[in-house]
Ligand binder design. Structure first.
Ligand SMILES: [Zn+2]
Length: 68
């Protein structure tokens, strides 16, 4: 089990279990919430929580079409 631990103040902290359905990021294209599959993200061995941006399906599609 993996979890996120965040200190709220000196006495209170929270831990949140990471599952394959509760990891999200913000789409850099439109700002909407995108669900992330961490296993898929790190599958290529180059996953980087800071350097990786994941576009939502709509933005992914328009980016693909724009590059054509
Ligand atoms: Zn988007």
């Amino acid at each position: 089990m993996f979890y996120v631990r965040e200190k709220i103040n000196d006495t209170v902290g929270i831990t949140v279990e990471i599952h394959d359905d509760n990891v999200f990021c913000t789409c850099p294209g439109c700002g909407c919430e995108v669900r992330i599959d961490l296993a898929e993200l790190f599958n290529d061995g180059e996953g980087d929580l800071y350097g990786t941006a994941v576009y939502c399906p709509e933005c992914s599609r328009s980016r693909l079409e724009g590059n054509r």
